[in-house]
Design a binder for this molecule. Structure first.
Ligand SMILES: Cc1cc2nc3c(=O)[nH]c(=O)nc-3n(C[C@H](O)[C@H](O)[C@H](O)COP(=O)(O)OP(=O)(O)OC[C@H]3O[C@@H](n4cnc5c(N)ncnc54)[C@H](O)[C@@H]3O)c2cc1C
Length: 401
């Protein structure tokens, strides 16, 4: 691409996992794309260390990563398929178990470190660019001015560059600057919880199982990594408790973790760094404005208790890229408001349904009310024995429908 050219078919603001996925999907269809990202992406992958941030990737997302040519790169680096999921209430009165063999599937999904996903997507972006010269990654940079016109947007960057495009895609995360600039409001709330994340070595194997225990203060998940004694935890709890847990010595933290989780994975042997993320629900009231459209966390941020946030964002990518590519090939206007509204209508239903379900689970399980506890445990046990319904639940969660 001529680097002096300041006009692109599409500009993407935000080079996170969702923004780069969109760039690869459009770039490989020979659509001229610029990605603007304020933080220089880290291309080094410290093989010896595990990223404390991981994502549970559904089969549907795997297919989309495959379609953009990034899946095999992730597999070559490090992915962990899981065949079982075990979910239970801390009282021990209710539980449900899912097994991929009941569905005739090789696995229920994969646990992948965020740095692996991001690096594979960026490698693919550079590969596409070498072949087609269709994507420019502009980093470190950020948009400081946005002007919407009838047929295009004009953008000024903090590095002095001026760009324009028929369409601006906001993939700039839950605190989207673009969303605020175009006046799209959000609905949502901060949860009274933070998620503590860390990589844990245990004395027993994880047995390729994603474990989740619902506790009064929030769920505690152990997600299996590629080594049988390593799991990544997501421990949602009150902010004060999360801060206390993060401050404990490693030995004290491991003891408390063992006490909270029980003996399924034996002793907790080691932990390195720990991180804590405040949790929120935020949904954009509209997904588009003139020549501007929102995807990923810019459109919807949800509670991570069933690991669906990134999966929803990648489904946004699949839907929007399909519409843009079709319009581009037909030489129609891919930034047309009617097209953006079609994308919004296609995606809002699933995004809102998953968000509401996660919010409902969070409230249902963070509650000590005896009657509610009894009812939810009966519900879990009934669902565990209801073969076809149970299979339907898990197929939905895997994105297989
Ligand atoms: C504890 C935890 C566990 C989770 N587990 C899972 C899971 O198992 N499965 C799952 O599917 N999801 C999970 N999620 C959700 C998932 O991490 C997010 O949905 C996903 O990271 C969103 O990606 P994104 O690219 O839309 O946004 P982000 O990851 O927030 O990326 C936004 C990008 O935009 C850039 N940016 C910021 N400001 C600007 C600006 N002004 N201009 C331009 N660029 C900007 C940022 O630098 C960043 O690169 C989890 C979330 C949490 C907190």
């Amino acid at each position: 691409m001529n680097r002096d050219t300041n006009h692109y078919d599409v500009i993407i603001s935000g080079g996170g996992m969702v923004g780069v996925s969109m760039a690869t999907a459009l770039g490989q269809a020979n659509i001229k794309v610029a990605v603007i990202e304020p933080h220089l992406p880290i291309l080094e992958w410290p093989r010896a260390e595990y990223d404390i941030r991981v994502s549970a990737i559904t089969r549907a997302t795997e297919k989309i990563f495959n379609r953009v040519g990034a899946w095999q790169k992730m597999v070559k680096m490090r992915v962990a398929p899981y065949q079982h999921m075990q979910v239970w209430d801390e009282s021990g009165d209710g539980s449900i178990h899912f097994d991929s063999t009941d569905l005739g599937e090789p696995n229920l999904g994969h646990i992948i470190e965020n740095s692996v996903i991001h690096k594979a997507l960026l490698e693919r972006l550079h590969e596409i660019n070498d072949q087609l010269d269709s994507i420019e990654l502009i980093t470190p940079a950020q948009i400081i001015e946005l002007k919407q016109h009838e047929g295009h947007v004009d953008l000024s960057l903090d590095n002095g560059r001026e760009l324009s495009a028929k369409l601006l895609i906001a993939a700039d995360g839950a605190n989207s600057w673009i969303r605020d600039q175009v006046g799209i409001t959000t609905t949502g709330w901060l949860y009274d919880q933070s998620a503590v994340v860390a990589t844990i070595q245990s004395s027993k194997s994880h047995r390729h199982t994603a474990w989740q225990q619902f506790m009064k203060r929030g769920p505690l998940a152990f997600l299996p990594l590629n080594q049988s004694d390593l799991s990544s935890i997501v421990w949602s709890t009150s902010h004060a408790e999360a801060a206390r847990l993060a401050d404990l010595s490693k030995e004290e933290f491991l003891l408390e973790l063992h006490e909270a989780f029980g003996d399924e994975l034996g002793e907790m042997i080691s932990v390195d760094s720990r991180g804590a993320f405040p949790l929120q629900l935020k949904h954009a009231n509209h997904y588009c404005s003139d020549r501007v459209v929102l995807i990923g966390n810019a459109a919807h941020a949800i509670h991570p208790l069933a690991g669906q946030g990134l999966n929803l964002g990648i489904n946004d990518v699949a839907e929007l890229s399909k519409l843009i590519i079709k319009a581009h090939h037909a030489q129609k206007d891919w930034g047309d408001y009617a097209l953006l509204r079609r994308y919004e209508r296609a995606r809002k239903g699933e995004n809102v349904a998953v968000m509401a379900a996660m919010d409902g689970f969070k409230r249902l399980f963070s509650n000590d009310q005896p009657l509610l506890k009894t009812v939810r445990n009966i519900g879990l046990n009934l669902a565990d024995h209801a073969g076809p319904i149970k299979n339907q639940i898990i197929r939905q969660a895997m994105g297989l429908k």
